[in-house]
Design a protein around this ligand. Structure first.
Ligand code: IVH
Length: 616
């Protein structure tokens, strides 16, 4: 696409570079910026005048007027050289072709090309009616429309242009404040941001920027932040520029991008512990650069609190641009809503009744034979933190279950290569290698088996404590409850869970089969100090990590020489992202370029001090 387009549009060198803006991410950072500005000016931050305006999520454009007539329009490009889109820009409403009362001189008007939300929806309706591809979001639609080869097509697109900068190239005008220039632009016929306010002092300025955060969805266009600018043009001159941005302006970026889409259905998935997690099935929508068609709703109470119902228009965002979640429903006056969604009383996979303890927010399928649980249990058993069996991912396990070859983790040890080789997509070589991997895993250690069994509340820390103390499974299985409770790293809840597990008929049978298959139930990895893989490194954990309480996760990091502070800074080594992570930590990490690592990498991180991949 790039090559073809490059031949269509001429290059244009900007008379003055089109700079970018520096970013801040919250009110305290905005305050720091204002204080820096005041210091640079030798003035008082409480009396400075700030213009506070929306940061439109569109494309920057520079329009040159010579002797009052539109001469040329160019995209930002790399800031120095852009593309000539004059003919297309001529078709944009609210771009005047002549500037009334301007007879001489060269001016540049800069601003943002965008599609107002109403216009975007109308355009997509039209695209759909014509069987053409719909646009993912207003920004893409604006970009595509501006860069049309044929201006007649551009003219059909309801593009808008909002002006926010006047560059007086020939120096024929004289203004003393920014708002004066904006008023002049409006008089000439340009669209300017009606939400722009002049605020005196840092407090009022911050308050106004908070207003945008609260009202971002009430605006006619998508915004991705707020721009604060010093209003006094002489002060701007004094402050000047860095190489990439003016010192007199700053963008306060807003937290995760939110989009609206239709909630098609609410479904429930069953995890390995039987936990029933409701999730939203959505009409696909692009959020922060990728298509989202499902989003977690966490638990029954969350669905009730958000009161989202199938058929609703809902707001979706990605916490820290990573994990999709449904924020809530958008009111649609006059529209009949579906009945309030109720949590199913039976497991969607096995049909058995679901249970929820009165003091807990989670609901469980307690049928040990539930196929969905089984799938995730086996995947977990084979995962890196447990038996680490290569080649046993979710798809392969589902295939084994479907073929009736396994119905319990212990069945893995009975698999034969000849039988596996007959499965689709496996073949003799992969079948033999899978059986070899399973065989290799038999010489594992007790702590890994304990992790793999997925005993409720038992994570790697508790598993290690149990394995180190008891040395073999038989000793653990016969230990009195008090002995379990007294162990460091094992509280009464874990102790009770382990005690109960060991006494269940099904577990006893499973362990019997492990022994028969030759699986090691003896601790090998204990007795030595843990390697200081995270020496001096700060690892921030956000959200829940399966198998670890917050304290356990911290203890595990500290045990490897690291620290686990509660907030992200430039010095943070990485952020481990669990379930329902804190948006602000993720945002901060993203802003500072701190790597964000998935929860599934936590074990690797502890073991090696690094990870295999970061989150996109
Ligand atoms: S002022 C030298 N004001 O944000 C200052 N920019 O991240 C020039 N933008 O390239 C920019 N709304 O495309 C300014 N009210 C606003 C804006 C705005 C959106 C865009 C613009 C710029 C980018 C910088």
């Amino acid at each position: 696409m790039g090559a073809r387009d490059a031949t269509v549009f001429q290059e244009v060198e900007h008379a003055e570079s089109m700079l970018s803006l520096d970013n801040v991410f919250d009110a305290p950072e905005l305050r720091q910026w204002a204080e820096r500005v005041a210091k640079g000016l030798g003035s008082d931050v409480e009396t400075l005048n700030f213009a506070v305006e929306p940061k439109i999520d569109g494309l920057a454009l520079s329009i040159t007027y010579v002797d009052g007539a539109l001469h040329q329009a160019a995209t930002r490009g790399d800031g120095r050289v852009g593309e000539d889109v004059t003919e297309n820009v001529r078709t944009i409403r609210n771009v005047p072709v002549t500037l009334p009362g301007v007879a001489r001189g060269r001016l540049e008007v800069r601003g943002e090309v965008f599609l107002a939300l109403d216009d975007f929806h109308e355009l997509n309706d039209r695209q759909r009616a014509q069987g053409a591809k719909e646009f993912a979001n207003p920004r893409n639609a604006a970009a595509g429309s501006l860069r049309q080869k044929d201006p007649r097509v551009s003219a059909q697109r309801p593009l808008s242009f909002l002006a926010y900068q006047l560059v007086d190239v020939s120096g024929s005008l004289s203004f003393t404040t920014y708002l004066d220039t904006i008023r002049q632009l409006a008089e000439w016929g340009f669209l300017t941001a009606e939400e722009t306010r002049l605020e005196v002092g840092v407090e009022a300025m911050i308050e106004r920027s908070d207003w945008y955060e609260e009202h971002r969805h009430d605006l006619r266009y998508d915004i991705d932040g707020i721009v604060v600018k010093v209003d006094d043009l002489a002060q701007r001159e004094q402050l000047g520029f860095t190489s990439r941005a003016p010192r007199w302006a700053i963008a306060r970026k807003l937290p995760p991008e939110e989009r609206t889409t239709r909630l098609l259905a609410i479904e429930v998935s069953i995890g390995r512990t039987g936990r029933a997690t409701p999730y939203a099935v959505l009409e696909p929508v692009v959020v922060a650069g990728s298509t989202v068609s499902m989003a977690t709703l966490h638990n029954q109470d969350q669905v009730a609190a958000k009161d989202v119902r199938p058929g609703d228009l809902v707001i979706v965002r990605k916490a820290g641009d990573v994990i999709p979640e449904v924020v809530g429903a958008v009111a649609e006056p006059g529209k009949r809503r579906a009945k309030r969604w109720t949590f199913p009383s039976n497991c969607p996979d096995c049909g058995q009744p679901l249970e929820r303890a009165s003091d807990q927010s989670d609901t469980y399928c307690v049928n040990p034979a539930c196929p969905a649980q089984l799938l995730h249990q086996i995947v977990h058993f084979a995962s890196r933190g447990a038996l680490d069996i290569e080649g046993l991912g979710e798809q392969r396990v589902a295939q084994l279950l479907g073929a009736g070859l396994v119905s319990d983790v212990a069945d893995l040890f009975t698999l034969r290569a000849e039988v596996l080789a007959a499965l689709e997509g496996l073949g003799e070589l992969s079948a033999t290698s899978l059986v070899r991997e399973i065989d290799k895993a038999k010489s594992t250690s007790l702590s890994r088996v304990l992790v793999g069994l997925g005993i409720r509340h038992v994570g790697p820390v508790a598993a290690r404590a149990l394995a180190t103390h008891f040395r073999n499974y038989a000793a653990l299985a016969h230990a009195p409850l008090e002995e379990l409770e007294d162990l460091a790293g094992v509280g009464p809840v874990i102790a009770q869970s382990v005690y109960q597990y060991c006494r269940e008929e099904e577990s006893r049978e499973r362990v019997g089969r492990f022994v028969a298959a030759g699986l090691s139930l003896v601790e090998r990895e204990s007795g030595r100090a843990l390697e200081a893989t995270l020496q001096g490194k700060a690892v921030v954990v956000t959200g829940a990590l399966e198998g670890y309480s917050r304290d356990e996760a911290e203890a595990a990091i500290v045990a490897r020489g690291g620290t686990s502070p509660g907030s992200v800074s430039k010095k943070t080594y990485c952020v481990v992202v669990g379930e329902a992570p804190g948006a602000s930590k993720l945002e901060k990490a993203q802003a500072l370029g701190v790597p964000r690592v998935g929860a599934n990498e936590f074990e690797t991180l502890l073991g090696t001090g690094t990870w295999t991949s970061t989150l996109a």
